[in-house]
Design a protein around this ligand. Structure first.
Ligand SMILES: Nc1nc2c(c(=O)[nH]1)N[C@H]1C(S)=C(S)[C@@H](COP(=O)(O)O)O[C@H]1N2
Ligand SMILES: [Mo]
Length: 491
């Protein structure tokens, strides 16, 4: 039993309402992200038709004439942050919010232990279970346990809060982390905990549903049991009897939170570039750090290879590419240029003659789908060693024969230090055969700690540059310039 001046000190009340704000952002932005690929699976092949849940009526045949970008659906701003088709802004809101949500949650939990108030939440006796059961029966018959049962929570309430803080929240954090390509490539046990990457995605979704159910029940119970007293607790920290004032303030706080969702979503939909500029810096240092430090070590078995690997991006339509393809790519060259000691031009046969590297890995599209395939090619490091970048060369720019949505060559950039990473290769084979046209023939990049859009297909050239900010839109790639994704995408 606690006998404090205030049963709910200011830091508890503050972290509670901050939590409300950020959990709302996370759920809304999570729904936005789900809309980019509205199918949930328990297997990592992401073959349409094998999902256990979908939020789209579109019927797709594996191998049909579609690419996965066409799967994104419009999500109403009533549910999603910021709403519409906005994966990039949704990701920025989700990652921005998770930083503050976790910091706030840690402050709350640390506060509980530092002040010795942890037994508000953490049960200290097994008898809590029969007591909680008894409460459940009481509530189920629309009655309310007497006030003497609240210390400050009744046993059922305490158990529920304990489960939300110490089980559900960590589960959401872990299943979120397990979806990061860099984490899953460097810590393969993490997605394995959830039965794979799509398992983690499905659990993350179900955890979100559990949180929504909790929020609805929690709200209903606050209103159903001693509403006036609860309002006093949440606002003043102690029952002081001024229920009307407490109610007024609680309504104001909730209205302010809803207004923040509405206004920020509206602004963000109209200003996706600014959304990246404002929210991006919070998470960008972590993205860069993770990209530089994650060492991919994914090794799947041959029998785990996806029977069908989804596709993003249609092959080049130019006559130039058609000529090269029809000539068996004999006239195709990989140009390596820019800030290098020895600019080079490689034929496909020369590349095939170099030391080969093979990997059976899981591909992660930023939209959420995955596929497992074997890729064969040469380590990026081989190219670096043959061309000798000059000291000022800090990024490699990969350019494609195919055009992006702005009708300019698709391009992406990587930090040169990443060339030393295992599983960063230029692939000319997929599943033991020459790279199929749709997957990037004759040569494509594989960068296994990053999301799929970095892995340029139908490669034309690699240029070593000092900075990507001086190229085209300055974002570091086609997707960064056009859609406002981050340049380092290990998540
Ligand atoms: N040139 C080019 N490369 C590209 C793309 C593209 O549109 N054009 N799409 C990217 C995206 S978003 C993904 S997920 C992967 C998909 O690779 P896959 O089609 O072999 O599965 O390729 C990447 N490389
Ligand atoms: Mo993608």
């Amino acid at each position: 039993m606690h006998h404090l001046a205030s049963e709910f000190p200011l830091w508890i009340r503050a972290t509670h309402w901050i939590n409300v704000l950020f959990i709302g952002f996370l759920i809304r932005a999570g729904i936005q992200i789900l809309g980019a690929y509205p199918r949930l699976y328990w297997n990592d092949h992401s073959i349409p038709g094998t999902e256990w849940l979908k939020f789209t009526r579109r019927k797709l045949q594996p191998g049909g004439d579609w690419t996965s970008i066409e799967q994104e659906i419009y999500v109403t701003p009533w549910l999603a942050q910021p709403g519409a088709e906005n994966l990039s802004a949704g990701r920025h809101w989700h990652f921005f919010s998770v930083v503050f949500w976790i910091a706030n949650g840690l402050a709350y939990v640390i506060g509980l232990f530092v002040t010795g108030e942890w037994d508000r939440l953490v049960p200290t006796s097994w008898s809590i279970f029969p007591h909680a059961w008894h409460d459940l029966i009481t509530y189920a018959t629309f009655q309310t346990p007497p006030l003497s049962e609240f210390h400050p929570f009744d046993p059922l309430q305490q158990l529920t809060y304990f489960a939300v803080v110490f089980l559900l929240a960590p589960l959401l954090i872990l299943s979120g982390l397990a979806q990061s390509p860099a984490m899953e490539a460097s810590q393969p046990w993490l997605p394995a905990l959830f039965g794979g990457r799509q398992g983690a995605r499905s659990i993350h979704f179900l955890g979100m549903c559990a949180f929504v159910v909790f929020i609805l029940m929690h709200g209903a119970m606050v209103a159903h049991t001693y509403l006036g007293r609860n309002l006093d607790d949440m606002i003043f920290g102690t029952p002081n009897g001024n229920h009307t004032l407490a109610l007024g303030i609680a309504i104001l706080i909730n209205a302010a939170i809803v207004f923040i969702y509405w206004a920020s979503s509206r602004w963000s939909r109209a200003h996706v570039r600014e959304t990246k500029a404002v929210l991006g810096p919070v998470i960008r240092p972590l993205l860069r750090w993770l990209t530089l430090h994650a060492n991919p070590r994914m090794h799947f078995r041959h029998d785990q290879i996806s029977p069908y690997h989804a596709i993003n991006g249609y092959p080049p339509t130019s006559d130039e590419y058609a000529r090269l393809r029809d000539g068996g790519f004999r006239d195709w060259r990989l140009e390596v240029c820019g800030l290098v000691e020895h600019p080079r031009s490689f034929t496909l046969d020369q590349i095939r003659g170099m030391d080969k590297s093979e990997q059976i890995v899981r591909h992660n599209c930023i939209q959420g789908w995955t596929g497992i395939a074997e890729w064969g090619g040469i380590p990026l490091q081989t190219v670096v060693e043959m061309c000798q970048p000059l000291p000022g060369a800090r990024y490699m720019v990969f350019r494609s024969y195919q055009d992006d949505a702005s009708n300019q060559p698709y391009y992406e950039s990587l930090d040169v230090r990443l060339a030393q990473k295992p599983q960063f290769i230029l692939a000319y084979e997929m599943n033991g055969k020459p790279l199929p046209e749709r997957h990037g023939a004759p040569l494509r990049l594989r960068a296994e700690t990053q999301v799929g859009f970095k892995m340029v297909k139908w490669l034309r050239s690699i240029e070593f540059v000092e900075d990507f900010r001086t190229i085209r839109g300055g974002g570091g790639g086609s997707r960064e310039d056009i859609t406002y994704y981050e340049q380092a995408v290990p998540i």
